[in-house]
Design a protein around this ligand. Structure first.
Ligand code: BG6
Length: 517
């Protein structure tokens, strides 16, 4: 028997090959290139999404030949296979596909601040356009420290490398951190918009590369069942959780300046929030979707009482997944009296017609008990009257859980009558797991995003106003914390579920966090 669902999915997966282009990676020797961009390109090769006229140009200040660069990348890929544990997961490397990719690589040594780098790159790209069939399309990927974003963009502009003529496109990809607060994000947008048009800028948030994050829109808008319930009439509150079992690892220096709020909330958590709470767009067109997402973030009520509505925590020593973990303050490159938060919980309100009065609780932190990312929607309780005089003393609410990672899926929890002569209720769950329905292709989360840059689909990227709305919403909390460094910082044991103050945030309204399952 033909499984029609699987057949439909397979058909939908026959996606066109991307147009020819030269992709230039600034920061070719860095971690992002090795760990994510190259494996994702390799996956795109095996999925036959890259055209013959694709070329990959590495640019970095390191003195290496193209063979050195290829070797570093090959070693990394092999290490992923032999050691596992990275974002790229495979049992083996397909040598033909890998050769296809490495044959298309070139390397150019140059300082990002040196205009010479850009004139040499320009000549190099002109050569590729003539001889390698890259068709004059250039994708500049900035895998560099944030301080170089505007430097590289301005230099590309000064070298006249971003003008789009004769149907040839020029695009620039930047990743977070996009600013560190509202003023710096505005300044960065203004700086790069001096050189580029908005449609040429692809501000990446890797959470949008996660299939299950993208699926929030499909779930809401492709089903007649849920959308009528998706509002304050039926929903009591929403919990959005991104709990991690990693600590700050080797990133103490970066994290000291950043903290959990900046690192996760205006970007990743707000992606989950906006997809969950946005109004239906009129199409999947980039402008339509991004407009609706911006509106919902703009509707977040400005925080007046950070002490009441936000909780910050920092991990102390403990045990995570059976391993001893150092306290944050004992991590390398962290001040022994640091007040940087590694955990945040926040109760926010969205002041619009759909959500007025429905609290959204967000929490995220490092070194928690389980790695677990989900959006949980709690519906209002049914009236009790009918059950008076039965054995049912208390009724449990309905939950809808969108599991983002790991164990991707959707669960609907409701009550059912237990078999037997008396009326008693049991909690049951209808559970959909992605892996039982859909075969998944190898995925680092960057494949769709890179492919979308090449085909010019900006739906999954942030517009300037999305970024600024995110920072605007978190700014009052950041300001309060900066001005009151240690006032309310709570410690939680590494490996726990977070600080007790975060439980109190919900308990005050008679609610509780869902367990990190
Ligand atoms: C990054 C943050 O953007 O996202 C990290 O800088 C965080 O601190 C990571 O660990 C989480 O992403 P993922 O895909 O591992 O859930």
């Amino acid at each position: 028997m033909v499984n029609t669902t699987t057949a439909a999915v397979a058909k939908a997966e026959t996606v066109a090959v991307a147009p020819p282009c030269a992709m230039v990676i600034f920061g070719a020797g860095g971690d992002l290139t090795k760990r994510l961009v190259t494996p994702a390109l390799y996956n795109l090769v095996t999925a036959k999404r890259l055209p013959d006229g694709f070329r990959l140009v590495g640019v970095d200040h390191g003195n290496r030949t193209v063979d050195d660069w290829r070797k570093t990348l090959s070693d990394m890929m092999n290490e992923f296979v032999t050691k596992g544990g990275g974002e790229f997961q495979a049992d083996r490397i397909d040598e033909t596909a890998w050769k296809w990719l490495t044959d298309r690589m070139t390397y150019l040594q140059g300082d990002f601040e040196d205009p010479q780098t850009y004139s040499r790159l320009k000549d190099h790209l002109a050569g590729l356009d003539k001889t390698a069939g890259t068709a004059g399309n250039h994708l500049f990927y900035l895998a560099v420290a944030e301080r170089f974003f505007s430097v590289v963009v301005a230099a590309l502009g000064a070298a006249d490398m971003v003008k789009e003529e004769n149907g040839q496109w020029r695009r620039v990809v930047v990743e977070k951190p996009f600013g560190r607060d509202l003023p710096s994000a505005k300044a960065l947008n203004a700086a790069i918009l001096k050189t580029l048009h908005e449609h040429q800028i692809y501000r990446m948030d890797h959470f949008l590369g996660k299939e299950t994050v993208q699926n929030i829109m499909a779930l809401r808008f492709a089903n007649g069942l849920f959308e009528p319930l998706w509002n304050r009439q039926h929903i009591d509150h929403v919990q959005i959780t991104a709990s991690e079992t990693v600590g700050v690892e080797r990133r103490g220096k970066f994290y000291e300046q950043t903290g959990a709020l900046r690192d996760m909330v205006p970007n990743h958590m707000f992606q989950l929030l906006s997809l969950t709470a946005m109004e239906p767009p009129i199409s999947f067109d980039a402008e339509a979707v991004r407009g609706k997402k911006a509106e919902v973030i703009q509707a977040i009520r400005p925080v007046k009482y950070p002490l009441r509505d936000a909780v910050r925590g920092q991990y102390g020593a403990g045990t995570v997944l059976g391993k001893q973990a150092l306290a944050y303050r004992s991590e390398p490159n962290v001040a022994p009296d640091s007040n940087t938060e590694t955990y945040i919980a926040w109760k926010l309100q969205i002041d619009n017609w759909r959500w007025a009065g429905v609290p959204f609780y967000l929490r995220t932190g490092k070194y928690l008990r389980r790695r677990w990312t989900e959006v949980a929607i709690r519906f209002h309780q049914a009236p009790y009257t009918l059950f008076r005089g039965t054995h049912v003393e208390q009724m449990n609410p309905n939950w809808m859980i969108l599991r983002i990672q790991p164990d991707e899926g959707i669960a609907l929890q409701f009550a059912a009558k237990r078999p037997g002569p008396t009326v008693t209720l049991g909690n049951v769950s209808m559970d959909f797991a992605y892996k039982t329905y859909f075969a998944s292709a190898p995925n680092t989360g960057y494949e769709t995003l890179l492919y979308d840059c090449m085909i010019g689909d900006a739906t999954l990227f942030q517009r300037a106003d999305n970024i600024e709305a995110g920072w605007r919403a978190v700014q009052p909390i950041m300001d309060f914390w900066a001005n009151n460094p240690a006032k309310d910082l709570a410690t939680y044991a590494a490996g726990s579920d977070g600080p007790a103050a975060a439980d109190a945030l919900l308990a005050r309204a008679g609610r509780a966090w869902r367990p990190l399952e």
